[in-house]
Design a protein around this ligand. Structure first.
Ligand code: AOF
Ligand code: ZN
Length: 411
């Protein structure tokens, strides 16, 4: 890891853990369907190896850190943000590598919610005479890094972040539909940083017809090579213009057009423009069923998607209870107008008592704007304990032959 090449001293487990978290952050958004994990090997208070999860099929954080430490790993301690894996996935179990390296003590923060973990790393490592410690997730940063992975493991679908910019009076466009620009340049750069961390961006075809966005990640100077998430356009009837920017073959990354009953020749024309056309079940109104679309993306290995653009599409997600996180950019201007839209349409809830609740995680002034980041209170994957409870429930349900496992058991 570039920022870890010196050999820092770590006075305490907390400092070692900070190094591991920093390593995990360096790969956040680059490891799906795996979680971004960081690990450090510490010997006599000195970091002798650091590692982070490599892209799927590549070594896990622990293996990278152990390789970096080499012989120095013998008798050393390993600090890792996630419970080391005990099973053969695409790669062999990390617990084998830890035992083979002669590690004396392993400290980790979060349990792995992948059911393949079985009895867990503590049992495997303990049986090999290795001391295992659980560390506190002091500021919640480990849980935040793992939430997208945990959401997909628990539900089969990626975690959904809804991002929007609105005026102080809650509008995303004027009554005539004019929307450029609501937030300032600094806020808009932040959105590109967010795109760099997700697996896919989702918009409705209305956004393509209205704004003709590129949906690429544009960051002039960034600390790592930028990533262009998969572009997903919800377009039930195949209304997307063939000259839409998202179909430009010169654009980096790729585009999926999610349809329900698009005419075959339309689907063929979109495909000829390089898009992948998928046919999904419709909702009652003939639009793409957003839950089915998310399951499709989950099967493709997406842990985290960004919902951008389209009050109608956002409304469909809200109505289905499928928004896990909100990034609301609020610009200190007002446009008013009964016909000017707010960020989320759909049917909505009828009673204030039925409002969806969020926990505010972060409030920040960005230029003239204010950013509020909030997590859906119902989404257990943000909380370390919450998901572990669900995993344990899943395990006991699985061991009982008479139990049918329903998705609702997770929350
Ligand atoms: C770790 N360290 O850095 C990560 C872990 O298919 P594989 O072999 O890559 O295994 C994927 C699973 O490994 C994934 O579902 C999750 O349970 C765990 N991720 N484990 O020990 C890591 N990324
Ligand atoms: Zn592993």
């Amino acid at each position: 890891m570039s920022s870890m090449q010196s050999s820092p001293t770590v006075g305490s487990g907390i400092t070692a853990l900070r190094h591991a978290i920093a390593a995990a952050r360096e790969v956040a958004g680059r490891t799906s369907p795996n979680p971004p994990v960081g690990a450090v090997v510490v010997r006599d208070g000195i970091v002798v190896g650091t590692g982070a999860t490599q892209p799927p099929g590549g070594p896990h954080a622990e293996v990278v850190a152990l390789r970096a430490a080499g012989a120095a790993a013998h008798g050393a301690e390993l600090f890792v943000t996630l419970e080391p894996c005990t099973f053969h996935g695409r790669t062999p179990p990390c617990t084998d590598a830890i035992i083979a390296a002669g590690i004396r003590r392993v400290s980790y923060v979060a349990s792995d919610s992948d059911p393949r973990i079985g009895a867990g790393a503590a049992a495997v490592l303990g049986a090999a005479g290795i001391i295992v410690h659980h560390l506190d997730d002091v500021d919640g940063s480990v849980a935040a890094l793992l939430a997208p992975f945990r959401c997909r493991v628990a539900t089969g679908r990626p975690l959904v972040t809804h991002k929007y910019a609105m005026t102080l009076d809650g509008r995303i466009a004027t009554a005539t539909g004019s929307s450029r620009w609501i937030s300032g340049a600094a806020s808009r750069r932040r959105v590109h940083e967010l795109r760099d961390r997700v697996d896919a961006i989702i918009v409705g075809v209305g956004t393509v017809l209205g704004d003709n966005p590129e949906l690429t990640t544009r960051l002039d100077s960034h600390w790592r090579p930028v990533r262009h998430p998969l572009r997903v356009v919800l377009d039930s009837r195949g209304r997307m213009p063939l000259d839409a920017r998202v179909l430009d073959p010169a654009l980096p990354g790729s585009t999926i057009v999610a349809t329900v009953d698009a005419p075959a020749e339309r689907a063929a024309a979109l495909q000829a423009r390089g898009a992948t056309v998928v046919t999904l079940p419709g909702d009652g109104a003939g639009r793409v069923d957003v839950a089915a679309m998310l399951q499709h993306l989950g099967r493709m290995g997406a842990n985290h998607v960004l919902l951008e653009g389209g009050a109608e599409v956002a409304g469909a997600f809200h109505d289905a209870g499928l928004i896990d996180e909100v990034h609301a950019y609020i610009a200190p201007k007002t446009v008013a107008g009964a016909a000017a839209r707010g960020p989320v349409g759909g049917a909505g809830v009828m009673l204030m008592a039925d409002a969806r609740h969020y926990d505010v995680q972060h409030v920040e002034r960005i230029g003239a704007d204010v950013l509020i980041v909030a997590h859906a209170a119902s989404a257990c994957w943000w909380h370390k304990e919450g998901c572990d409870v669900h995993r344990d429930r899943w395990r006991s349900a699985r061991s009982s032959p008479s139990t049918v496992i329903l998705p609702s058991m997770w929350c």
